[in-house]
Ligand binder design. Structure first.
Ligand code: UD1
Ligand code: CA
Length: 486
């Protein structure tokens, strides 16, 4: 149910200078989602009546991401006056007529959970405060705004890092950049916020002191989990946020019944899903929309992007994108599954095998050293080691079609377009250029011819010629009939 008294403003207009990136800061990704995407996702869980996102730097890129993540969010463009205060002021113009509470979120604070924000909102509404600030007590407050409290413990103001006197910089209670305001109180104070500070910006945080001066009650609520208040301003904090988020994701799947042997080296996107009794071995990345079904074993050293792994499948040391791996199938070690790979139940893609746009039927095996592209393989097939589909003739890609129960010899090349009929076989080293009828044996290699003594004649004086000569004379002696005793 929509909370009609709640509007959410998300600040995403800043450049993020400290990221030193051509990509706007809020579009950097952790856990498979942009920073602003995480904030939008959390915001939606509070069912606000309205969501407004303030943009400016690379606005088209940011707008595209916001619209994709949350089609109902409204966009507000910030003008050239810099600062979080100006950003909120312009958002409020878009909220004319709204009379409830405004929750302000920073697009670069991605880890806060909806439950924490709901508590903040409840505390705010229960207290009758004009503003409730989410704070956090941290070991290293450097870079954050500090919450300055008076002798009575009440909040007096927030001072930014760059404006803080030494005794203020020593405060470890920081502003998380997340606040609830009574919208009328916020509207009343924002015009009084100036730019006379170290950064020459309109600070939203100055509203706190302005409200206190009017004896409007302001409170700060410490977040239950300080790590969740982490703001991402540089790449160090980006990786730290990614780590915290990943630890949370791993733990959630563990509590849901997945065995994850090494959380520190297992990376799971927030968009992936793991069934109970999945086992994930070290150094494994389970990314984007990947799903892993019950009893499957994934890893070690495996990366799955948008893949579907079936029940009890085993996927070892594999790199796969947009691939479907059937139940009880076996993949790797050292397999490379490119988009469009579909391995049916009980199938195998083995060692040093690359596949692309390949449908491999139930129980069929491509065990060793192969490239299989643009191919359909039936059921119960076994391709010999070193099978290559030559799918590209410099102009177009062609398909190879292999029927059911086909067994091919080692080191075959299938020159597409070509079809191998059901139950057919091919000899070792065959270059299959023509269709093979069902049940036929295709041989394309000329019978072997041995030219006796070739090495001794053509490579005299080499080591090969010496050992060949010795072997041949020993052979001859052995072949000669033994002397007969009369
Ligand atoms: C801000 C707070 C600081 C708090 C910290 C928490 C202010 C003045 N300071 O500092 O007290 O401890 O967040 O992480 O608010 N933005 C705009 N328009 C602008 C400037 C920024 O929309 O003109 C957006 C940014 O895109 C970002 C957010 O506001 O998402 C915060 O801006 P940032 O410059 O990162 O502020 P901090 O210095 O981190
Ligand atoms: Ca920040």
């Amino acid at each position: 149910m929509t909370d009609n008294q709640l509007a959410i403003v998300i600040l995403a207009a800043g450049q993020g200078t400290r990221m030193k990136s051509s990509l706007p800061k809020v579009l950097h990704r952790i856990g498979g989602r942009s920073l602003v995407g995480h904030v939008l996702d959390t915001a939606a869980r509070l069912h606000p009546a309205d969501t407004v996102v303030v943009v400016r730097h690379e606005r088209d890129l940011v707008v595209a991401e916001v619209t994709d993540a949350s089609p109902t969010a409204r966009i507000v463009d910030q003008d050239e006056t810099p600062g979080t205060g100006r950003a909120v002021q312009q958002a409020l113009e878009a909220l004319a007529g709204f009379g409830g509470d405004v929750l302000v979120l920073s697009g670069d604070v991605p880890l806060l959970e909806a439950s924490t924000l709901a508590e903040l909102l409840n505390a705010h509404r229960g207290s009758g405060a004009a503003a409730t600030v989410l704070s956090a007590t941290v070991d290293d407050p450097h870079g954050y705004g500090r919450v300055v409290r008076g002798a009575d413990g009440g909040v007096q103001r927030i001072v930014e890092q760059k404006d803080a006197a030494a005794h203020e910089a020593a405060i470890c209670e920081i502003n998380a950049g997340v606040y609830v305001f009574r919208i009328d109180a916020l509207r009343a104070e924002l015009p009084a916020v100036g730019t006379d500070n170290a950064q020459g910006e309109m600070y939203l945080t100055d509203v706190v002191a302005l409200l206190c001066a009017r004896h409007e009650p302001v409170q700060a609520l410490p977040a239950p989990d300080a790590a969740a208040a982490l703001g991402v301003n540089d790449r160090v904090q980006l990786s730290e946020a990614a780590r915290v988020l990943n630890a949370r994701t791993v733990r959630r799947w563990q509590l849901d019944g997945a065995t994850i042997m090494d959380p520190a080296t297992t990376w799971i996107d927030v968009t992936a899903t793991l069934a109970p009794d999945v086992t994930v071995l070290p150094n494994t990345h389970i990314l984007r929309a990947t799903t892993v079904a019950e009893g499957a074993v994934v890893g070690p050293d495996t990366s799955l992007v948008d893949c579907e792994v079936g029940e009890r499948a085993v996927v070892r040391r594999t790199d796969a994108t947009l691939a479907v791996i059937g139940a009880d199938a076996n993949v790797g070690p050292f397999a490379y599954l490119r988009p469009g790979t579909q391995l049916a139940d009980g199938g195998k893609i083995g060692t040093f095998v690359e596949t692309k746009n390949a449908t491999i039927g139930a129980g069929s095996k491509v065990p060793h050293l192969s490239y299989i592209g643009d191919t359909t393989i039936g059921r119960g097939v076994n391709l010999g080691a070193g099978a290559i589909t030559a799918n590209y003739d410099d102009l177009t890609k062609h398909r190879t079609e292999i029927g059911d129960e086909v067994h091919t010899g080692s080191h075959n090349v299938f020159v597409a377009p070509v079809r191998i009929g059901d139950g057919a076989k091919t000899g070792a080293g065959a270059v299959v250029r023509k269709d093979v009828p069902a049940g036929a044996l295709a041989l394309s290699v000329a019978p072997q011819r041995n030219i006796e003594g070739w090495v001794e004649k053509n490579r005299p004086g080499t080591k090969a010629a010496d050992v060949a000569a010795r072997a041949r004379s020993a052979q001859k002696a052995g072949d000669e009939p033994q002397g007969q005793e009369g």
